[in-house]
Design a protein around this ligand. Structure first.
Ligand SMILES: Cc1cc2nc3c(=O)[nH]c(=O)nc-3n(C[C@H](O)[C@H](O)[C@H](O)COP(=O)(O)OP(=O)(O)OC[C@H]3O[C@@H](n4cnc5c(N)ncnc54)[C@H](O)[C@@H]3O)c2cc1C
Length: 445
């Protein structure tokens, strides 16, 4: 098998060396998995097609990996197989005429943002917080949510066309590329919405080779707001008012005192009465519009007793984007849920999460807990509930795991939908596991 793979991609781009396989057996989760049998780095679409044909002939499972930043083990093998490391496919080609950018699926968000900014553009969705390593293909395959989701929605929202390899090795293009004379400028055409089939498919239906996204002029003016509230109820009302107007490029709410203290300690010390805070980022083509929008946000926050906390925190947040979460790993490894819900339910969910943390004595045991939420389209928010425990402290890890075992059922029952990742153990995760096994087993048959 190794020599066949090397014949396709070249000797240095396929390996079965144990040190490499071990490195590729982890993502950003604590899921126990097996090593792949081979790691292969394709460079062109024909490589992927040939590898899938070979895998079909030999009944070998194929696992697709982007930046391997997923929080649910979705890019990891269940039983060996060939792992495709997509990060070598990372070209970026912007079309000013169409205002689209076509990127290799293995391109990271950091790389994309940098290259577009150099040319005076930006994409809509700006990537997950892991965007320094997470890839465009990985995020579109897992429906990622976060930076600039308030205005532009989740990762797949801005996709106009995909170039994918189907499980049998056939190459397919979607959107306006159903006409091979057309450029990839439009998503919805005269046929069924095929692009949508591959969004969030976790590689079950395709290997994404290229993704074409809408792009926009880089903003002339950026303004920043940060408002603090003494109750989560007031914070949620102001947040929702601003979200509904669709005037914010990005918003993030840090939902309770413990989270504020963990993320930005100085803020908690300076404003002890603040229970929740949120930031608003405004990007506009002129300073006049940006200032007027900022004023409107200030007015809305004031209506709900919001205190203006200045622009230091939102500036730090927006300018560092992908560096916001990483410092939190000083508290240990996260055990987490990311799920989306209707925005009006923010207070209910925050109280619910806090109740669970109290029942499990999370604070007394010295764990750091984080509750945040970020808006997406359709008046929804993505909820992040993290508890950090030291990876080498088995007792703590066990306790936190037990808590999430209980919590994930609760979240499912109150109507939360896992986003960007899979909520381990939920029906979605079981369904995914089942589908992958079923797919490979049907291939074997
Ligand atoms: C510090 C940190 C912060 C994070 N912040 C966020 C956040 O803000 N929002 C969020 O939604 N998530 C977040 N995540 C989770 C994760 O990073 C994102 O979901 C990210 O989009 C995953 O991209 P990736 O390239 O790492 O994909 P991987 O983890 O490599 O893969 C994810 C899934 O996509 C599939 N896949 C990957 N590439 C392809 C391809 N080319 N074709 C077909 N299928 C493919 C894989 O098989 C797997 O099922 C965070 C993770 C970390 C570690």
């Amino acid at each position: 098998m190794l020599s066949k793979l090397q014949a396709i991609v070249g000797e240095s781009s396929a390996t079965d060396r144990d040190t490499v396989l071990i490195a590729y057996s982890r993502d950003a989760s604590l899921v126990d998995t097996l090593k792949p049998d081979y790691v292969v780095r394709p460079q062109i679409i024909e490589h992927i097609s040939e590898i899938l044909k070979l895998a079909n002939q030999t009944k070998t499972p194929v696992i697709v990996a982007g930046g391997r930043c997923g929080m649910g083990g979705a890019c990891l093998p269940l039983k060996g197989g060939i792992m495709l490391d997509m990060t070598g496919i990372n070209h970026v080609s912007a079309s000013k005429d169409n205002m689209t950018v076509t990127v290799g699926a293995g391109c990271t968000w950091g790389n994309l943002l940098y290259q577009l900014k150099e040319q005076g553009f930006k994409p809509g969705f700006r990537g997950p917080y892991s965007g320094r390593s997470a890839t465009v293909g990985g995020s579109v395959s897992s429906n990622s949510v976060e930076l600039a989701s308030a205005k532009w929605g989740q990762a797949p929202q801005g996709v106009t066309s995909l170039k994918v390899v189907l499980p049998e090795g056939d190459i397919l293009e979607t959107g306006s590329r159903i006409n091979l004379n057309a450029r990839p400028f439009n998503r919805f055409n005269c046929t069924a919405h095929i692009t949508g089939l591959f969004c969030g498919d976790h590689s079950l239906l395709s290997v994404k080779y290229e993704v074409t996204l809408r792009m926009y002029e880089y903003p002339e003016a950026v303004e920043y707001c940060c408002f603090g509230f003494s109750t989560i109820e007031d914070a949620a009302k102001a947040f929702y008012e601003i979200q509904k107007l669709m005037i914010a490029e990005d918003m993030t709410m840090v939902c309770d005192k413990a989270s504020i203290k963990g993320v930005i300690e100085e803020m908690a010390d300076l404003f002890p009465d603040i229970e929740s805070l949120f930031v608003v980022i405004i990007e506009e083509p002129s300073q006049e519009i940006a200032s007027a929008t900022q004023e409107l946000c200030q007015k809305i926050a004031a209506q709900y007793n919001g205190k203006d906390l200045g622009d230091m925190f939102p500036k730090m947040y927006w300018n560092s984007k992908f560096e916001m979460i990483t410092p939190l790993f000083k508290y240990g490894m996260w055990n987490a849920t990311c799920h989306c819900l209707e925005t009006y339910r923010i207070p209910e969910i925050v109280h619910n999460l806090k109740k669970t943390f109290r029942e499990y004595n999370i604070k007394k045991k010295g764990f750091f807990s984080l509750i945040c939420c970020m808006p997406s389209l359709n008046n929804t928010v993505s909820f992040v509930g993290h508890v950090y425990a030291k990876e080498d402290d088995q007792t703590s890890l066990q306790l936190v795991k037990e808590m999430w075992e209980e919590k994930k059922v609760d979240i499912w029952n109150y109507g939360g939908c896992p986003t960007g990742m899979v909520l381990r153990g939920t029906p979605t995760w079981r369904w995914l596991l089942h589908s992958k096994i079923h797919y490979f087993e049907s291939k074997k048959r």
